[in-house]
Design a protein around this ligand. Structure first.
Ligand code: NAP
Length: 247
């Protein structure tokens, strides 16, 4: 994708990777609209970054998505990039029936959320001259972290869905990207100070570099995620699964 001159709506823009990417795209000369549920964070981001706009959004709520589509497409008729970043990650103990509540919430946010966003925005984006959809999966789509089964499953589903979406939109102006992060230091699962996770700024710099230098790339893989992304191809799947199982 081109990294300047876009109008970008980014869900999950209030913290972590989404917030960081929003600021990088803003600095690179794009109009950025951040979306999330926490109004106080949206207000802070707008106050701290002259030109970034915000919109309140709960991707688990179809009415909220419909309202955001109406607001954003009328306020920004040039909107040409949708980044489906919003996500949650919670541990589940599958021996306790209570895991189902976590499982349902995770599917609603991580899988139904992006699908509902796509249903709302694809008709608008295909009418643009040059558009991008970026879905966000994870290295854990390719080797699961057994502590978070539904999270991994939603990310594997996002990967598969994105592959089909790219084929179905191949005759349109919409480029379909998949961002595949490794463990990055954010509050997603409390790994903001974890030395095994990649520092956020480093991750963002490498992502922007890939976008800048490989405009045709469809899967955005930084070096640190390649072990997971290509584990099966490289014959490392069992070893990686053992490692993620804490063995
Ligand atoms: N960090 C990692 O290690 C890692 C690795 C692989 C993939 N990822 C993926 O990267 C994405 C960003 O994660 P992160 O690490 O930056 O975590 P984060 O800091 O916790 O950010 C998650 C974002 O999602 C938003 N969100 C959650 N539920 C939402 C909802 N129902 N409606 C709208 N927004 C919602 C949150 O905003 P509000 O709370 O304000 O709504 C927040 O902005 C996620 O999809 C995650 O799965 C992260």
């Amino acid at each position: 994708m081109k990294t300047t001159g876009n109008t970008i709506l980014i869900t999950g823009g209030t913290s972590g990777i989404g917030h960081g990417l929003a600021r990088r795209f803003h600095a690179a000369g794009n109009k950025v609209i951040v979306a999330g549920r926490r109004q106080e964070l949206l207000d802070e981001i707008v106050a701290a970054n002259d030109g970034i706009d915000s919109v309140l959004l709960d991707v688990a709520d179809p009415e909220s998505i419909a309202a955001v589509r109406r607001t954003v497409t009328s306020r920004y008729p040039d909107l040409n990039v949708l980044i489906n970043m919003a996500g949650i990650m919670q541990p589940e103990n599958l021996q306790e029936s209570s895991f189902l509540a976590t499982s349902e919430a995770t599917i609603t946010t991580n899988l139904l959320g992006p699908l509902r966003m796509l249903s709302a925005f694809i008709p608008f984006l295909v009418a643009q001259q040059d558009a991008v959809i970026m879905n966000v999966s994870s290295g854990l789509a390719f080797v699961p972290l057994p502590m978070t089964p539904t999270y991994n499953a939603t990310k594997a589903a996002i990967h598969s869905f994105t592959e089909s979406l790219r084929v179905q939109l191949s005759g349109t102006s919409v480029q379909v990207l998949e961002l595949i992060p490794p463990a990055v230091q954010t509050t997603l699962l409390g790994q903001q100070d974890d030395d095994n996770a990649m520092p956020l700024a480093e991750y963002l710099t490498e992502v922007m570099h890939i976008l800048d230098t490989q405009p045709e790339a469809t899967q955005i893989c930084v070096e640190r995620v390649r072990m997971l992304r290509f584990a099966e191809v490289d014959g490392n799947y069992d070893r990686m699964l053992m490692m993620l199982s804490g063995h």
